[in-house]
Unconditional design. Structure first.
Length: 346
């Protein structure tokens, strides 16, 4: 950036979690190549990292800010690509961001949609290709259903020593690797009052697992490592309807990257949760996972189909949520500002 130059953004929230969209493609992220490769370019580019910090860090953002740079897609079968970012860098997947992008693509007119019906927005992300199916009623976006990459249970019962005592976690992949455990296992609940302790414990578990190197992606090392810790809490026992369909309702909070807290139920984390529940037999095709967040927002998820990843059984999850526009901005630079590109107090 140069003085006087502005970066235009459109902001959405999905279930309370922010998503700042930069639609104008940065020069460093243009040209031929895959979105997975562009993620590597972004991490190695001083300018792209500077712009990420400028938009994400205080005073223009905050420690839990989230957003994405649009890029060209991998090929002409997708509408666009996106690099998801947060205060610490670039993630491999983002379900809440995919939902926001689906709503934005239709509401901005980038993707045509019927007055009443559905329109598919196809997006290339670092972990693969995802589809956001946008449902409209009376010309307005009602909700967005995104179909994620194949997701699977990576490991069960992995021991972790924490300052709150030893625990075991399950590891699931939903575009990123997540460690999952009941909040009660560390003496906590998925409530705002335990927010600070959830962050500290989530960081502790993530760091311990990554130090031990327990989450190596079988095919792509760029997708390795625990991205977040998911604390779960059962809202009510599963309900079995007359037709045999099971409804599983849980509350969760995902602490990801270096201590960010997802206000939504976390789309890629919900996908990992679907994969783990499917692997344990607690969620079958036709069943529904009602996944609530720490702020009370909700995703609904199910198994769209079963598949395999290598020799692992896997599922293709579908996650339904809502996203709403919160504003537009043009962020400008003043070279006299001693706090450029920004700061984070966490």
């Amino acid at each position: 950036m140069v003085p006087g130059e502005g970066i235009r953004t459109v902001d959405y929230h999905t279930g309370g979690e922010p998503f700042r969209i930069v639609a104008e493609v940065l020069a460093e992220l243009d040209g031929p190549g895959t979105v997975a490769a562009r993620r590597i370019w972004a991490t190695e580019s001083q300018r792209v990292q500077w712009v990420r910090q400028f938009l994400c860090h205080e005073p223009r953002g905050h420690a839990d800010m989230y957003g994405g740079f649009l890029t060209p897609p991998d090929d002409d079968d997708a509408h666009f690509g996106v690099l998801f970012w947060h205060k610490d860098g670039f993630s491999t997947a983002c379900g809440h961001g995919t939902i926001a992008l689906g709503a934005w693509a239709v509401e901005s007119g980038l993707v045509a949609a019927p007055e009443d019906g559905e329109a598919d927005v196809v997006v290339d992300v670092p972990s693969g290709r995802v589809t956001a199916t946008v449902r409209t009623v009376g010309g307005r976006v009602e909700d967005v259903r995104f179909t994620n990459v194949p997701s699977y249970a990576f490991a069960h019962g992995v021991p972790v020593a924490t300052s709150r005592g030893p625990v075991t976690v399950d590891i699931g992949y939903g575009g990123a690797m997540y460690a999952v455990l009941p909040a009660a296992a560390v003496g906590l609940r998925v409530v705002g009052e335990d927010y600070t302790d959830l962050i500290a414990t989530g960081r502790e578990i993530r760091d311990a697992l990554n130090t031990a190197g327990v989450a190596e992606h079988p095919d792509d090392p760029r997708l390795s490592g625990i991205y977040g810790t998911i604390f779960t809490e059962e809202v009510e026992p599963p309900v079995v309807k007359a037709d045999g369909t099971r409804i599983v309702r849980q509350r969760n909070v995902t602490v990801f990257a270096d201590g960010e807290v997802d206000r939504s139920p976390c789309g890629s984390g919900t996908s990992a949760r679907v994969a783990l529940l499917a692997d344990s037999g607690d969620l079958r095709e036709g069943d529904l996972l009602v996944h609530d967040s720490i702020v009370g927002s909700r995703f609904r998820a199910r198994i769209a189909s079963e598949t395999t990843v290598g020799d692992r059984p896997a599922v293709v999850p579908e996650v339904v949520g809502t996203a709403y526009a919160t504003g537009t901005s043009t962020f400008t630079l003043d070279e006299r500002d001693p706090l450029l590109p920004g700061f984070v107090l966490r």
